[in-house]
Each structure stands twice: as structure tokens, then as C-alpha cells.
Design a protein around this ligand. Structure first.
Ligand code: MEZ
Length: 606
């Protein structure tokens, strides 16, 4: 694997090193513009590299915005693209099957990875432990322009109907919905790119009684989806929120379909009584596709999105009505936005080990599947204005992250027929039990890891598994015996395990496995056979701000906080003690639409 990415890195370096820049695309500036504090030899940062090629500061920067740089670094990114091409064009030039420029992150800002005056950083290195180098790369750098305690009265820069904090599926959905109801909206994202954890979502979106289910002959109902959700959540869920989740889910699928999201493939997930997890055709991962469509919908509505923009405070008036936010922009520094309504969609805290350890010390050394921005700052923002916080110790462990890596191996692999075996070559659990049960069982195995094993039919039906091959996570055999040898596990035991499993499928009328009670979807019998070593990791935080059915945030004195709405993983109540796979995207869309409607309606009435 390392060789692939080293080669990749070299290609990237070559693209930059050999880039014949077309000066005509660059704004020509005063030749006398001084370049300060930049060394002429041995470029350390991109600015120095460009300076050595006789570029001036103003070739990349513009001063005509009132602020030297906007937080999206729009001018600079446009200049990068003007000279080097878009990410897709760069990827095409590389002529390689894998390009770091063509990832599931989409067409993000060049400055997400390439920094001019500080060390660059490959953003994907936050999640993938592969060796990847980009020119002038180094340690991650943060650019604070202000330190806490922040100025109580920063300058007011904008006045808007609705501010949305966070740009994952929940935030973008709320923004689109509010805009469609006539509200002016600004979306703020502290990371250098939009998409949040939604960008990483794999398995799909749960919805009951959709046209896609009916077309596939699946009989489902909102009440069945609700009872599955409550059972997984050990009835700790808020039943009113669960009823909405289930009842509105089919309409949410329709809404997404109308925007251009493909949800035509319906699969089975653990804890769901029927197949109700919707994903794109061919079993493609849902997240990147969904985020790209939402990004387009946001752009076509001219909704302003500011990345590198961290909200440090939600402001209130003396009566406790929310009045806007204070924002720390990477370039602009601290400023205020006045807003009639604020929607908090800042995500959970799975990527914040200190916060996880606070509630679950036993999880403190676990890896997480989440994007680096999932640090739970939204909880602090809500807490500071007396939002009620609930169930923060309810933290979900996903049983199948690639061991020693952080890549999520989607539950859909098991849903479509994959099994789990230990180092002794034996199954040890009903693979489709809830995540808490399967994770605990994996952790009880030798080495606290196991292998997820699947056959060619699973691979063919789930195109997202191709990514695992590209990341070189997969071992492969034309026979089970060959695979066992590659995994260094006993061949005869593995063959016997799979034979017993396949026999159970064939001999039981309902295809029920007599040992662990799994409803077996199909035998594991199509060569080739594949396996990935997996380990459990922190995946989702069920707790958060208490909301009502209109997504209004409820205060510690049990009253809605006027003008304050919250949605998605930053909230608590929908999932109870444990969340069903596929219910997260469902929640973000259904409650994102409600939050957008509530915020726009509130703003219009102000
Ligand atoms: O909702 C999830 O967490 C999910 C579907 C994960 C996955 O395994 O794909």
C-alpha cells in the first residue's frame, strides 16, 4: 500500500513541480510589490515556491474585499485553479487509477490541503493512515486570530434571517429548506471543507414505505421502523421524535430524490426488521454522493457558506432570545452576525478523545471513524446558553473499522451476506445483532479484532467495497483455504465454519442459523473470497441538546429557547441508548427539513 501512495505523492509533487503556469490567467500586479519575509532559496512553503518563480503576493491575493482574505480563501483558490486546473483536471493529468485529487471529499478548496505560508497538510491524513505526501507538507497548523476569552462585543459584519452552524447533511438540509421558504441564510463551518460526517456515511438512509421498497416488494411501515428504533434504543429514545423520524422518512427520501440523490438500492441493516436502508444504485456509499447533491442545491440557491469559520458564542438578548453568533474566521478574526434564528447542526463528539473519556473512560484508547471536526463544540455553545443536555454517555461503538486504520467497513457488507470470524476461524456472534452486542463480542476475541469475510457476490453488489481494495485493506483467496492461509488462520476450521453456516441456510426453512440465531440472507459460496481485519471504534454520540418536535432547543428550565434550533448528532433523544445503522442520515434529513422550516418561520414572524 505504501508504495501506491508514495507513487501517488511523487505524482502530485511532479504535477506541482512541473506545472507550467499560464501567467495570462493571473492578475498582473505592480512589479514593485515587495515580498516580505520570504526566503528565495529552499522553499519551505508554497508561497516561497511561487516567489522563486517570480510571482508577487498580489498574484494570489486580492485586497479588494475589505478584508485581505475571506475565510473561504476564494480568490486564492480561484487562482490555484486558474493555473493548475480543478481537482478533477489534476487527477486526469495524473493518469493513475487512484488520485489523491479525486477523493470522496469532492471538489474542495485547494487550501484544504495546500497552505501557502505554513506547512501544507494532506486533509485525508486525518482519517487514513497511509503515507501520502504533498509539496511542503508538515504538521497541521491552526491560525487563531483571537484567543479566549473573546471580545464580548465584536463588530457586527452581517445581518441575516437564519444562521446555520455546521455543514453536514443536517446543516445543509436546514439551510436549503429555510432558503426555499424565503429566508436569508449563512452557513458557518469551522473545518476547511463542507460535508461533516455525512461525507463519510457509507451504508445508507433508513426510510419506511418508500416507492423504492414497494418496487422491490418490501412491505414496511413507519410503525415498524419506529418500533425497531425504540428497541435498539432500549426505549430511552424520545418517542415523539422517533414517530416523526419514521413517519416523515419516506417524504425525506422523496425530497432528496427531487434534488437528484439516488437512493434506489435498498439493503438490510442490523436491527431493522426489513430491508429499509436506501443508498445509490450498485451499493455505492451514500455520503459523498449526498453531500455533493446538497452542495449543488446550496450553490444554486446562492446560500452563502463560509468555511474556516468557527462559532465561538451564540448571542442572546437580556430576555434569553437568541440574537446571532460570534464567529472566529481563519482570516477575518472575530466578528458578529445578527440573526433572527440560529440552527445548530455542529455534529457529535466522537473525534474528541478527551470528551469521550469524560463520559466513557473505558473508550479512551479507541480509534474513531469520524472526521476531525467532530469534537462536540456545539454542546459547549448550547450549554453556555442553558440548553438542556442529555444522554452524553450514550456513545456508539461500531464493530467494524479496519483494524489499525480508521476506515469504516460498512455494516452493509454484513447486511448483504458477510460474516465475522475470529483468529481461530470460527464465527462468534449473530453478525446482525445491534452494534453494542457485536462490538462487545469482537472485543472479546483473541487480539480484540476479527475478520469480516465476504464473497464475490457481496463485492459485486456493493460498489463501495472497491474502496477497501484501493486502500489495500483486503486479503483475497480464490478458495476459503487460500484465504485462510493469507490470514494465518486454521484452514480446516474456516472451511468447516463456512460449511456449517451455508448448511444452516440450506436446511432451515427460514434460513435461521441455529447457533447464533442470524437470519442468513444467502450462503457464502461465490469465489473469490475476501477478508478485512476489523476492530471496533467510536462511531456516534447519541446524546446532545434536548429538542422538541419542531427542533426548538429546550432549556435547563424546560422551556424552548426562543430563536434556537438544533438538529442532527448535536441533539439527543432520537436514538436512545443505541442507534440503528441508517437512522443517522434519516435523522439529519428529516429533522434538517423541520429545523429549516422552524427557523425560517420563526424569522419571518420576528
Ligand atoms: O448509520 C450508520 O452508522 C451506518 C449505516 C454505518 C455503516 O456501517 O455503513
Amino acid at each position: 500500500m505504501k508504495s501506491v501512495f508514495f507513487a501517488l505523492a511523487m505524482t502530485v509533487a511532479a504535477v506541482f513541480g512541473a506545472c507550467s503556469v499560464e501567467r495570462s490567467t493571473i492578475q498582473q500586479t505592480d512589479a514593485a510589490t515587495p515580498i516580505v519575509n520570504l526566503k528565495v532559496s529552499e522553499p519551505e512553503f508554497l508561497a516561497e515556491f511561487h516567489q522563486d518563480r517570480k510571482f508577487k503576493c498580489k498574484d494570489c491575493h486580492s485586497n479588494d474585499t475589505g478584508f485581505k482574505l475571506d475565510d473561504n480563501e476564494s480568490t486564492e483558490n480561484a487562482r490555484c485553479i486558474g493555473c493548475h486546473g480543478t481537482l478533477s483536471q489534476l487527477a486526469d493529468k495524473e493518469h493513475r487509477p487512484i488520485s489523491i485529487h479525486r477523493s470522496h471529499l469532492g471538489e474542495v478548496n485547494c487550501t484544504t490541503c495546500h497552505h501557502a505560508h505554513t506547512s501544507s497538510q494532506a486533509y485525508c491524513g486525518n482519517c487514513h493512515f497511509f503515507q501520502t505526501q504533498i509539496p511542503f507538507a508538515g504538521a497541521p497548523v491552526f491560525h487563531p486570530k483571537a484567543e479566549p476569552p473573546y471580545d464580548e462585543n465584536p463588530p457586527v459584519a452581517d445581518n441575516v434571517d437564519v444562521v446555520v452552524i455546521g455543514s453536514g447533511g443536517a446543516g445543509l438540509t436546514a439551510a436549503i429548506t429555510a432558503r426555499d421558504l424565503g429566508a436569508s441564510v449563512i452557513v458557518l463551518e469551522k473545518q476547511p471543507l463542507t460535508g461533516g460526517n455525512t461525507m463519510l456515511a457509507a451504508g445508507g438512509m433508513n426510510a419506511a414505505n418508500t416507492q423504492f421498497q414497494r418496487d422491490a416488494g418490501i412491505v414496511d411501515s413507519p410503525s415498524l421502523m419506529a418500533s425497531d428504533t425504540l428497541a435498539a434504543g432500549a426505549n430511552e429514545n424520545d418517542p415523539a421524535l422517533v414517530a416523526i423520524l419514521a413517519q416523515d422518512s419516506a417524504a425525506s427520501v422523496q425530497w432528496l430524490t427531487s434534488l437528484g440523490v439516488d437512493l434506489s438500492n435498498v439493503g438490510q441493516m442490523a436491527g431493522s426488521s426489513v430491508r429499509r436502508t436506501h443508498r445509490p444504485a450498485g451499493g455505492k456509499a451514500i455520503g459523498a454522493h449526498l453531500v455533493n447533491v446538497l452542495r449543488e442545491a446550496v450553490a444554486s440557491r446562492q446560500i452563502e457558506v463560509r468555511v474556516n469559520s468557527k462559532v465561538v458564542r451564540i448571542s442572546e438578548d437580556p430576555q434569553g432570545h437568541v440574537t446571532g453568533v460570534h464567529v472566529l474566521g481563519k482570516q477575518r478574526g472575530l466578528y458578529a452576525i445578527q440573526a433572527k434564528a440560529v440552527v445548530l447542526a455542529a455534529g457529535g463528539f466522537s473525534a474528541n478523545p478527551a470528551r469521550v473519556a469524560l463520559y466513557r473512560p473505558d473508550y479512551s484508547s479507541m480509534i474513531s471513524s469520524n472526521q476531525p471536526g467532530a469534537t462536540g463544540d456545539g454542546l459547549d455553545l448550547g450549554d453556555a446558553i442553558h440548553a438542556q443536555l442529555l444522554a452524553l454517555d450514550r456513545i456508539q461503538i461500531h464493530p467494524t473499522l479496519a483494524a489499525g486504520n480508521r476506515t469504516l467497513i460498512t455494516e452493509a457488507v454484513r447486511g448483504n451476506g458477510g460474516i465475522l470470524v475470529n483468529r481461530e476461524g470460527q464465527r462468534f456472534v449473530n453478525e446482525m445483532a445491534t452494534r453494542a452486542i457485536v462490538s462487545a463480542s469482537v472485543m472479546a476475541q483473541t487480539g480484540a479484532t476479527a475478520f469480516i469475510l465476504y464473497d464475490q457476490q457481496v463485492r459485486d453488489g456493493l460498489s463501495q467495497t472497491e474502496g477497501y481494495n484501493r486502500l489495500e485493506l483486503v486479503r483475497e483467496g480464490t478458495t476459503l483455504a487460500e484465504l485462510a492461509t493469507r490470514l494465518s488462520i486454521p484452514r480446516a476450521t474456516l472451511e468447516a465454519t463456512v460449511q456449517a453456516y451455508n448448511n444452516a441456510y440450506a436446511s432451515s426453512p427460514n434460513h435461521i442459523d441455529p447457533v447464533f440465531g442470524r437470519a442468513i440472507p444467502r450462503p457464502v459460496d461465490r469465489s473469490h473470497f475476501y477478508a478485512i481485519e476489523i476492530a471496533p471504534g467510536i462511531h456516534y454520540t447519541m446524546g446532545g441538546l434536548k429538542i422538541d418536535s419542531q427542533t426548538q432547543v429546550i432549556s435547563t428550565s424546560n422551556a424552548p429557547i426562543p430563536g434556537f434550533f438544533a438538529v442532527g448528532e448535536v441533539t439527543g433523544g432520537v436514538h436512545g441508548a443505541d442507534r440503528l445503522g441508517g437512522n443517522s442520515i434519516s435523522e439529519t434529513i428529516t429533522f434538517g427539513r423541520i429545523a429549516g422550516t422552524s427557523a425560517a418561520t420563526f424569522a419571518a414572524a420576528e
